[in-house]
Write a new protein. Structure first.
Length: 329
């Protein structure tokens, strides 16, 4: 069987939890990306995080040993700028509740970035900032109360890091949301603008998205009818997949991005048995169990994919299978 990536013209990668965790590249990913390129694949790095410019992200990837330049990176600010251009006049005053990188990109697009409520902004744009000043959030809330349009680069409630899961922009949005009676226009996954922007910039005809979250990466891909690969190196894991509603379910699963170089998992249903590779999951009276011995990580992935079919198609309780898969999060 041919590699999964062979069916697609562009591979799109989320960053946090897929390519790196904080300052560290995920083991094996750099070599896998080079192998994909050697086979003729085109790659693009797609991030909801607006805290850094595409050039800075590309440099970070390079520092981690991953070949990338500015054109290979699409961030949620770029998608936000397209929304702003459609809604606001050139030079419009915008209160940026985010990092200097967000303000830099807003200025580069011709908008006037203001520093406080007193500057009478016509719009508020929120982007993730790890040390944002509380006063800036207050000004953002007050500006929206006074009629300013409200935009957000992404809705992520949390972020995976090498230290664990930490609050994301979604938590900062909630601070403002408590004070207003409107919702922001959001660019990042799972909303369409970021993936639409990426497809436009890459001229992709048949892309695949690689992500670690069901609620942003996988849902976002499904909303634009894009195939997806879920990986276990970031925020979500096997229990999230088991409980995923149809729109949150990936096309494929793999431990990490190297799965693009391998044949896709294929599960077959035979009555009350699901088979994937050499792994078999049987289900009866609403419960499923693993009737084979899954020891290696690949065997456990096969077992999980079989169990998920029993869960998703027949609503079987697969908790016993999940508990036996100790190499998967």
């Amino acid at each position: 069987m041919q590699a999964l990536a062979a069916d697609y013209d562009v591979a799109l990668f989320d960053l946090d939890g897929v390519i790196y965790l904080g300052p560290h590249a995920i083991d094996g990913v750099s070599d896998a990306l080079e192998e994909l390129r050697s086979r003729g694949a085109r790659l693009s790095f797609v991030t909801n995080n607006a805290a850094r410019t595409p050039a800075t992200v590309a440099q970070h990837l390079t520092d981690l040993g991953i070949r990338a330049d500015e054109q290979d990176v699409v961030n949620s600010t770029q998608a936000t700028l397209r929304m702003l251009a459609a809604d606001l006049p050139a030079g419009a005053r915008i209160l940026a509740a985010g990092t200097d990188a967000l303000a830099e990109q807003l200025r580069g697009a011709g908008f006037t970035v203001v520093e406080s409520l007193d500057d009478e902004p016509v719009a508020v744009v929120q982007g993730y900032h790890p040390t944002i000043a509380w006063q800036r959030l207050e000004d953002a809330a007050l500006a929206v109360q006074r009629g300013a349009r409200w935009y957000a680069t992404n809705p992520d409630p949390t972020r995976p890091t090498d230290r664990g899961i930490v609050p994301g922009l979604g938590a900062q949005l909630d601070v403002v949301r408590l004070c207003v009676d409107v919702e922001p226009k959001i660019a990042g996954k799972p909303y369409r603008p970021l993936l639409d922007e990426t497809v436009l910039r890459t001229s992709a005809k048949r892309p695949i998205f690689v992500g670690d979250r069901t609620d942003t990466d996988i849902l976002g891909a499904n909303r634009v009818q894009m195939d997806s690969l879920f990986v276990f190196t970031g925020a979500h894991g096997k229990s999230d997949l088991a409980e995923a509603a149809p729109e949150y379910r990936p096309t494929y699963i793999g431990y990490d991005a190297t799965a693009l170089l391998e044949p896709p998992r294929d599960a077959h249903i035979h009555g009350a048995r699901v088979v994937c590779g050499y792994q078999e999951v049987d289900f009866a009276e609403g419960a499923a169990y693993l009737s084979t011995n899954a020891v290696t990580r690949d065997e456990q992935l096969d077992a999980l994919w079989a169990a998920l079919q029993a869960r998703w198609r027949y609503e079987a309780d697969i908790s016993a299978v999940l508990n036996s898969l100790d190499t998967l999060r």
